[in-house]
Design a protein around this ligand. Structure first.
Ligand SMILES: Cc1cc2nc3c(=O)[nH]c(=O)nc-3n(C[C@H](O)[C@H](O)[C@H](O)COP(=O)(O)OP(=O)(O)OC[C@H]3O[C@@H](n4cnc5c(N)ncnc54)[C@H](O)[C@@H]3O)c2cc1C
Length: 386
């Protein structure tokens, strides 16, 4: 049985974040989008209100370390400002591999500073020629006395421009074979450069960076996990982070529904509000169903993760797929039922629609999750759903 009831603390957190976003951020989302950079004042706001604590475990200064709590918070942030939800989402994405695989020293060095937001992190996996096909990466780590030298290029790395440390994946030679390893690369060194920030259709308040590694130095103590353990580290990190990204998608879907459902009750055409027209009701009813279905699967996946379910890989893919598609469809329908006003920047739904698209692409493109779910089904003992 999955219990969807939030604890008192989670409900209070939900309420606090909702009020914060409505009172202090909502009116400035167009400005954030237009500026096209991470809004420093929102980062400060999140620091002041201890929101970064949801990204790390309790024993390192985190709130409760629960993925459900993280989902509750990012959902409420994304419901108003999708790009702002990346501030917490990316901090969690970088903190997770250190939490799961870091040495005691690595954890106590980084996690408390991530919890306060004093230090920021990023996750460096994707490369120009290694997107969905992560094993095609060409960044290499060479063993030298006392540590490693990394060379290569990472692309589409969220928030690398504000990160103090990059969790970076690179190939190493293990007995003549290439194996992926994970490294903690400190960014304040000459070997680390952000040489491009992408111009994007959406999520413009979240910086997406190209990183060049030129003999970047990583001491032995900053190898994450064991040599050659990188694939395991990245997969286990993504199983968790995809559920967080699914909660962000859910927020986008809910935010689109919030704005458009209010609008259709006020907008009068042909002598009555749009909300009284059956064709509009059909669309809005389907939007409600998609939002609530996404909510069920997101919190089911987060609860299963907390319960250490063996089914987590499947549920993580399921939540990511269902919620990303819901965000895309619901935000597109929101623009449609609002007509020309939905298409303007003023009402905010076009920003949701542009932002929604990326959830179908990053953290594993949706097509890959569809194939993984099918393969899982075909590989099950009965080979069918029934
Ligand atoms: C805004 C943004 C933020 C990002 N943040 C990060 C980050 O912080 N860290 C990081 O490491 N990466 C990040 N990424 C990268 C992201 O994870 C990749 O874009 C994603 O994995 C897809 O890789 P790709 O873009 O190279 O597309 P490709 O792998 O070239 O795929 C293109 C399309 O082809 C299809 N496709 C690919 N392979 C298959 C297949 N085997 N079967 C069927 N269809 C397939 C899919 O439809 C896919 O969408 C980010 C990307 C964006 C856009």
């Amino acid at each position: 049985m999955i219990d969807f009831t939030l604890t008192e603390e989670q409900s209070a957190m939900r309420q606090m974040v909702r009020e914060l976003m409505m009172e202090q951020v909502r009116k400035r989302t167009a400005e954030i989008d237009e500026a096209g950079e991470i809004p420093g004042w929102v980062v400060e706001l999140f620091r002041d209100l201890d929101l970064f604590t949801v990204a790390v475990p309790e024993q390192y200064g985190g709130l409760d370390g629960s993925l459900v709590t993280l989902c509750v918070v990012v959902e409420q942030i994304a419901r108003v400002c999708p790009a702002c939800s990346m501030i917490i989402g990316v901090q969690s994405l970088g903190a997770t591999p250190i939490t799961l695989f870091g040495s005691a020293e690595q954890r106590s060095r980084w996690l408390p500073a991530f919890a306060t937001g004093e230090k920021m992190t990023a996750f460096g996996l994707t490369e120009p020629n290694a997107g969905s096909d992560v094993k095609a990466m060409s960044t290499r780590a060479r063993r030298v006395e006392g540590g490693w030298r990394l060379n290569g290029r990472k692309t589409f790395i969220s928030h690398a421009n504000i990160a103090d440390v990059l969790v970076c994946f690179a190939k190493v030679d293990v007995d003549g074979k290439d194996k992926i390893s994970a490294f903690l690369v400190e960014t304040d060194q000459p070997g680390f450069t952000v040489d491009k920030i992408e111009h994007k259709m959406g999520m413009r308040g979240s910086a997406t960076c190209s990183v060049v590694l030129e003999n970047a130095w990583v001491p032995d103590a900053d190898l994450l996990g064991k040599v050659g353990q990188g694939l395991d580290i990245l997969l286990k990190t993504l199983h968790r982070s995809r559920i967080c990204s699914a909660a962000q998608s859910l927020g986008v879907a809910q935010g689109s529904l919030d704005i458009s459902s209010r609008y259709v009750q006020e907008r009068v055409q042909f002598g009555r509000p749009l909300a009284k027209m059956q064709a509009v009701q059909m669309i809005v009813g389907r939007m409600v169903a998609q939002v609530e279905s996404a909510r069920c699967v997101v919190y089911a996946a987060a609860s299963k993760y907390e319960a250490k379910s063996r089914d987590i890989e499947r549920f993580s893919a399921l939540a990511k797929l269902v919620a990303a598609d819901a965000a895309m469809k619901v935000s597109t329908d929101a623009v449609q039922v609002m007509g020309g006003y939905g298409y303007t920047v003023e009402y905010g739904v076009e920003q949701f629609m542009r932002g929604a698209k990326v959830f179908q692409i990053f953290e594993g493109a949706n097509e890959l999750h569809q194939m993984a779910l099918a393969r899982n089904l075909f590989g099950s003992p009965r080979g069918s759903a029934t």
